[in-house]
Design a protein around this ligand. Structure first.
Ligand SMILES: [Zn+2]
Ligand SMILES: [Zn+2]
Length: 348
């Protein structure tokens, strides 16, 4: 197949709000990398930060850059050994590119590589007709799982990594924050055998969505309802065994720390920005075990994702909007409105 030399891509062209649809050169894969024909991509909260050009993006993003990191597609070229992958394979990929040389990388802890680069953040992204990815990062798509779901494996992986950081079977689990990753984390904890999973948010729209993704999860709008009442009703008398902080809001963290059981375990994924605080007395006297979560484990989290979906976990309702890439503007507006789950752009 003859490959084109030019392609359409969504680019952060200038250091100001917005994203631009432009024609650029098709990238050439360096040795050890593959060229992918992109089929589906998903818009992440990170992309929205870059779109809005907030303070974080101004510090971290160099323009011009193709944005995006959540995708699935088909391999069209491999430079060097395929390591089990071949042209024509349907793939998605881990979005963190690690160095392979540092102490953590050499000890099977690649997700903790201090030299990590992010696709579509600190290197060219995948919101384009073609993109290059290291062969090491590729993950083969199983035919039993849909293309749409594979395009959200990156955030689903954040959810799985967080939700399965501590044993949840027969435990009471509190998830603060019902963004798409919070909803998916609640669904994973429930599917994996938690006794009660309580999911909080301060707006009803996403709690309604969560009822479709994880019907067995207890939801509460903490602006209008009291969590203590809900806990009492469901026999959660001594607090939660496991807490997953997915909101990145000070109020979410406070609520979580306050309602943990003594000796409980807390996983933190939500990003707080500067100046967030924690009640250390509650951590110390409550003997809490706290873990920060970054990315996905390579590649045990990926195996868990395939496994959960093959075992029948229904994640489809988290995808609420499907658009063509030329409608990207509408996609970003939806993301900004927060009246959506995952928004998928197709590149066919
Ligand atoms: Zn993402
Ligand atoms: Zn490393």
């Amino acid at each position: 197949m003859k490959l084109p030399t030019k392609m359409k891509a969504l680019i952060k062209k200038e250091a100001k709000p917005g994203i631009w649809l432009e024609e650029v050169s098709v990238p050439k894969p360096p040795y050890g990398w593959a060229l992918i024909k992109i089929k589906k991509t998903a818009i992440c909260g990170t992309d929205l930060h870059i779109y809005k050009w907030d303070e974080w993006s101004q510090r971290n993003i160099k323009t011009p850059m193709v944005v995006g990191h959540e995708f699935m597609g088909e391999i069209v070229e491999i430079n060097g050994g395929g390591n089990g992958f071949k042209v024509g394979d349907k793939v998605t990929a881990e979005g963190h590119v690690v160095c392979g040389q540092c102490q953590n990388c050499r000890c099977e802890r690649q997700h903790l590589c201090p030299n990590t680069k992010g696709i579509g953040v600190s290197m060219q992204g995948i919101f384009a007709e073609y993109a290059i990815v290291p062969v090491y990062n590729l993950w083969k798509c199983d035919p039993s799982i849909s293309d749409d779901l594979y395009s959200i494996f990156d955030p689903f992986g954040n959810a799985v990594h967080t939700a399965l950081s501590f044993p949840v079977v027969a435990k009471n689990v509190l998830v603060t924050g019902a963004g798409p990753i919070g909803i998916m984390a609640a669904a994973v904890a429930k599917f994996a055998g938690a006794k009660n999973v309580v999911l909080t948010n301060t707006s009803d729209w996403r709690l309604e969505l969560s009822k479709k993704v994880c019907p067995g999860v207890l939801t509460i709008n903490t602006k209008t309802h009291n969590i203590e009442d809900l806990m009492k009703k469901h026999g959660i008398d001594n607090g939660f065994d496991v807490g997953l902080e997915m909101s990145g809001a000070q109020s979410g963290l406070n609520l979580l720390v306050k309602n943990m059981m003594m000796g409980g375990s807390v996983a933190l994924l939500g990003l707080f920005g500067e100046g967030a605080t924690i009640d250390w007395d509650k951590v110390i006297f409550g003997a809490l075990n706290i873990k920060g979560i970054y990315g996905r484990e390579m590649f045990s989290t990926w195996q868990q994702m395939d496994s959960l979906l093959r075992a029948g976990m229904n994640l489809d309702p988290i995808i609420t909007d499907r658009l063509h890439y030329t409608e990207f503007q509408k996609g970003f507006e939806l993301m900004e409105s927060k009246k959506c789950g995952k928004v998928i752009l197709s590149w066919d």
